[in-house]
Design a protein around this ligand. Structure first.
Ligand SMILES: Cc1cc2nc3c(=O)[nH]c(=O)nc-3n(C[C@H](O)[C@H](O)[C@H](O)COP(=O)(O)OP(=O)(O)OC[C@H]3O[C@@H](n4cnc5c(N)ncnc54)[C@H](O)[C@@H]3O)c2cc1C
Length: 420
């Protein structure tokens, strides 16, 4: 084959990249492409994304290639470039969301063959089917058992050379504002993963729920943009951490089978959601009067990231205590999270709301009990809610304890909910 376009989307790396590796092995010329598409706005993720793209470009240039950057509709721009370079195929990493699937279908309907490759998950969505029938696993534990035994493909080395044809206008990457958040890109991702696996993996199972200790990997934004191969990560990791990466695959295979996950109940339930704009606003601002909830929501607003345990508590509070529709909360998380991705965000929100894959849809975490258990010294709350910084550990979690801080919004315990 003479020329192949590799269309990058959220697979922004050169290590273990099947679409790129195959193009480099089979074609004389390879054109790596990224399209900045207004239909896929990155919002507050933009500086991180631009870091990822600059870093990818550097890795490709070090291999005699480049990253061609275009602006506009992904399919139109890809087809236009394919015409210019006389491409014989387009390679891309197969994705699961409705938007990505529509994009792939439109590309596949074009003149040039589209080849979809694995790489966004450890096990490709749809590769594992439950023995009792159905097109995907609905329950995590049997999926985890099957996933653990699935034969894995080999982790691929980065290509030595990415032979881009001469004379292509590479295109400029937009400049970005000075930025103090997490640095994007494969280099930063690999350094963080290497350090974390070496120093912290062994304590993960014990420390992952420690809100103040912040002892999880914080690799999620890198996995979100594909700066790290989840397969490579799994082969280097062990124990409870691998199980969490399996949750990521689990939600991806659910989304693959149910692409409306961001809009429709996966398991429809009769719930009378309350239309309460004030409550939603207070929740978003971290002013509900429930300290652990407010701490989580303020961490999200300040950092674009929130600890998993706090995500569970804040989401539960919205849907089970304030009785607000999960779509409203999920949309807010989606807009602010650096790691916001369709499968994980909406899959987890539906799990919490009891409309998703939880086998116990009525469970509801009690925020006070959760706070005392996972933030026993009150350090997490004091860090994110300065009004409460002066309170001792035994009082900091109790609602309505400080002048200038609101009384709790929620009327009662969740009706019929089991408190944990
Ligand atoms: C309401 C809610 C919304 C969420 N939205 C997102 C989201 O938009 N994007 C996202 O990546 N994760 C989401 N999660 C899952 C989880 O909270 C984050 O993946 C995790 O907190 C990221 O931090 P970490 O990288 O330090 O995780 P670690 O604990 O170090 O875990 C390692 C990796 O495993 C995966 N993982 C861990 N927990 C889960 C999980 N429950 N579901 C799926 N994958 C998981 C992630 O890729 C994570 O980076 C959500 C969870 C909840 C309860």
């Amino acid at each position: 084959m003479d020329t192949v376009i590799v269309l990058f989307t959220r697979d922004l790396r050169v290590h273990d990249h099947p679409a790129l590796a195959t193009a480099c092995a089979q074609a004389r010329h390879v054109v790596p492409l990224f399209v900045l598409d207004p239909a896929v706005p990155a919002g507050p993720r933009t500086p991180f994304l631009l870091d990822c793209l600059a870093d990818l470009r550097e890795h490709l240039r070090a291999r005699a290639g480049d990253l061609v950057v275009r602006h506009g509709d992904t399919v139109t721009e890809t087809m236009k470039l394919a015409g210019e370079v006389s491409a014989e195929a387009v390679h891309t990493s197969a994705d699961v969301s409705a938007l990505a699937r529509r994009r792939e279908d439109r590309l596949a309907a074009g003149r040039i063959p589209l080849r979809r490759f694995p790489g966004l998950t450890v096990v490709p969505p749809g590769a594992l089917l439950p023995s009792g029938g159905g097109d995907h696993y609905r329950v995590f534990t049997p999926y985890w058992r099957a996933w653990s035994q699935y034969p894995r493909r080999a982790v691929l080395d980065p290509p030595e050379r990415v032979p881009i044809p001469a004379g292509i206008e590479a295109g400029r990457l937009p400049g970005r504002e000075p930025y103090t958040g997490m640095r994007g890109g494969e280099k930063a991702a690999r350094a963080r993963a290497e350090r974390w696996l070496r120093l912290s993996l062994d304590e993960y199972a014990e420390g992952r729920d420690d809100l103040a200790g912040d002892r999880t990997s914080r690799l999620s934004p890198y996995l979100r943009f594909g700066c790290l191969s989840p397969l490579e990560l799994v082969t280097k990791a062990a124990g409870a951490f691998v199980r969490q990466l399996c949750w990521r695959d689990f939600h991806h295979q659910v989304t693959f089978a149910f692409p409306e996950i961001d809009r429709r109940d996966y398991r429809p339930r009769e719930v009378n959601w309350r239309d309460d704009q004030d409550a939603v606003q207070a929740w978003k601002e971290g002013m509900t009067g429930m300290p652990i909830v407010d701490a989580g929501m303020r961490q999200l607003a300040a950092e674009g990231w929130m600890h998993n345990r706090a995500r569970l508590i804040t989401a539960t509070y919205l849907v089970k205590y304030l009785r607000v529709d999960w779509r409203i909360g999920a949309r807010h998380f989606w807009e602010l999270l650096l790691d916001g991705d369709v499968a994980n965000n909406y899959g987890n929100w539906q799990w919490v709301a009891g409309t998703g894959n939880d086998t116990r849809p009525n469970r509801a975490f009690n925020p006070l009990r959760q706070a005392r258990r996972f933030d026993p010294e009150g350090e997490y709350v004091r860090r994110h809610v300065p009004e409460l910084a002066g309170l001792p550990a035994d009082r900091v979690h109790e609602p309505g304890r400080q002048a200038g801080y609101p009384s709790p919004l929620h009327p009662s315990d969740p009706p019929g909910g089991r408190r944990l």
